[in-house]
Write a new protein. Sequence first.
Length: 186
Amino acid sequence: MKIKLRELAIGFLVGAVAALAWLDPAHAAPTHIQSTVSIGDPTTPTQQATVDAAGNLHVSGSVAAGTTGGCASSFHISGGSAASNNATNVKNAAGTLCGLTLVSTSGTLAYFRMYNSSSSPTCSSATGAGPSWPIPASATGAGVSPNLGPYGLNFSTGISFCITGGGTDTDNTNAPTGIYVTLIYN
């Protein structure tokens, strides 16, 4: 949200300078306009965007993660998956999945399916089922780390998953052993 507001403020500033240039009777860029927009908390802005007389845009300050929010929690299946559907609840409240890495040391294809659920999901049910990713088969280790977008995936109820042997939303077959999972979430 902060980045979008920053882009909006900078866009507004550039647009305002362009409008002033157009209003100039000679339709030339003004040589003496300088505008500044503060970005962040009005009492202690963290950034400023300035357009100088030559029309150059300057942004000062830095963008840093806040002390709250963000994605700091992680979950690992460190010993690899069991020969089951591996129904697992990671977080029993709303959250965001920011990162996901799935690695297989099995010669059998497996599927990782997310659920919007505050408890361990029923893998044979499509209720709460979200995105699913195939995990490549490779006895020497193959994996996938899906792009979850710049803001991650939002789960309004909870973050849960199943690892199964089939790719449908209601598959409940046992996954092979040797699937390693790392989730980064908040």
